[in-house]
Design a protein around this ligand. Structure first.
Ligand code: RP5
Length: 160
């Protein structure tokens, strides 16, 4: 199982670490790259080609502001791209959210909520689990425990 995490600036690291943590928790190998669609376009081109050669199966791409990174990656490959809008800048991530989610057909980017890099990883894990049975079992157990914790801890009426 191979994933790649790409983000547009070192200033995105804190958000994107949440994706890395979730992939690690489930034992999925990944590489991480800081690349900008605007500031280092040639490096982006080269890196996407390397993803294809290395058999990368899913890409998580995070960016803020005009946030073209996930869409430009998606335009260069058939590997599915999950986009993470990042709340850098004056518009609090609304700019990045609209930029990432409003891709023209037939070049989709599956978009998660602003700064929700963990959800990007969980979606990546679910997609990978279609192919990798042990991962499917791990995810099912994770959901079962999460549900049990939620019912035990959060639903107690005496917590008012
Ligand atoms: C985007 O611009 C990056 O993804 C980052 O969220 C934002 C600001 O980048 P820096 O100016 O902090 O490098 O391309």
């Amino acid at each position: 199982m191979k994933a790649a995490i790409v983000y547009g600036s070192a200033s995105d690291r804190g958000v994107m670490k949440k994706a890395a943590d979730a992939l690690r928790e489930f034992g999925v190998d990944f590489t991480a790259h800081i690349i900008s669609a605007h500031r280092s376009p040639e490096l982006l081109d080269q890196t996407v080609k390397e993803f294809e050669c290395r058999g990368i199966e899913i890409i998580i791409a995070g960016a803020g502001l005009s946030a073209h990174l996930p869409g430009v990656i998606a335009s260069k490959t058939l590997i599915p791209v999950i986009g993470v809008p990042i709340s850098s800048g004056a518009l609090g991530g609304m700019d990045a959210l609209l930029s990432i989610v409003q891709m023209p057909k037939p070049i989709p980017v599956a978009t998660v909520g602003v700064d929700n890099a963990a959800n990007a990883a969980y979606l990546a894990l679910q997609i990978l689990s279609l192919k990798y049975e042990p991962l499917r079992t791990q995810l099912a157990e994770y959901r079962r425990l999460m549900q049990a914790d939620f019912i035990r801890e959060d639903q107690s009426p005496d917590k008012l």
